[in-house]
Design a protein around this ligand. Sequence first.
Ligand code: DNO
Length: 397
Amino acid sequence: MMEKTWRWFGKKDKITLPMLRQIGVEGIVTALHEVPNGDIWTEEAINDLKSYIESYGLRWSVVESLPVCEAIKYAGPERDQLIENYKVSLANLGKCGVKTVCYNFMPVIDWVRTDLQHPWADGSSSLYFDRVRFAYFDTMILKRKGAEADYTEEELRKVAELDKVITEAEKDELIDSIIVKTQGFVNGNIKEGDKNPVAIFRNLLALYDGIDRAALRENMRYFLAAIMPVCEEYGVNMCVHPDDPPFQILGLPRIVTNEEDIAWFLNAVDNPHNGLTFCAGSLSAGEHNDTRELAKKFASRTHFVHLRSTAAMPGGNFIESSHLEGRGHVIDLIRIFGQIKPGLPMRVDHGRTMLGDEDKGYNAGYSFHGRMLALAQVEGMMAVVEDEMKRNIKVEY
Ligand code: DNO
């Protein structure tokens, strides 16, 4: 049906490969996290990690991520050199037989959440996006010029109310959630322990002054066109991760947010090696997206799937819901991908924090028990869909 993969953060990850074998994981999703962004991934380093994974009876199925440096995204003077390095890394991955590469083209900031421990009534917690708290960060902490124009009067009124009660510790936590904790562990621009993350962040935002959606699109097209010959030669499939959440934020252009955006980059460089990471969680966080329609439309150019779901809440907020609920429609996605592209690598993306996960210092969203529960739910859904297919049962969705 789909290959069961798991995001593992390398030899330092507290969740070990023998643990993953016990819970039915088949393939590993990982990266050379210790290599600084922009440096070449050598064959030696790739093979070293690959053999380590294989020594535990698993395989390295997907790279997540081979990071695309900011200078490639904003077309800085060093972009051509960085693209050359990227091509060498891709060729080396291809030579070593690791052929699916996830990346993103989001300027400055990868995924955005305001609360990493949003409590559920049952005692577990999940990630959450609160629009007013985000507006607070944007207007009152970052003090971005013109930010107010992005929010309604009602939202700004709530921001002013929040300002009367928010503590300094809560402000620090908000900064940590938005620009540090969710970013650092994926070779982000800001690492835990960096002094004055807000100042670093302001400088990064300034790199995109004058870069609108059209310019960013052109930079993505340039990058993809440049790397495609290497992808063809070595059989490497590139799959861009959608913007999370899939809408414009902080005055930055975001260009992988909806059907039109996806169709645009696939057509701009119309090559089967230029594909999509179908992240059901990111896409479902935008009420303009219907994950089932998008999956039907783009399955043939999808090389990797993130199964996760979100539920829209009042006021533009969203919560990472159970994998069985929400706007992700995970079971229908399994039906669609299982039929159109059986065998695609899939990982459960994020999970709740539960049953002792909270004390382990896992990366935000990447709990052990929560993700294991989600994987079990997804396995159950896959079994149902397999049975439907065997019995030739057609389900409407
Ligand atoms: C978050 C992840 C993203 C993703 C990158 C891919 O949990 O899905 O950080 O890995 O956007 O480059």
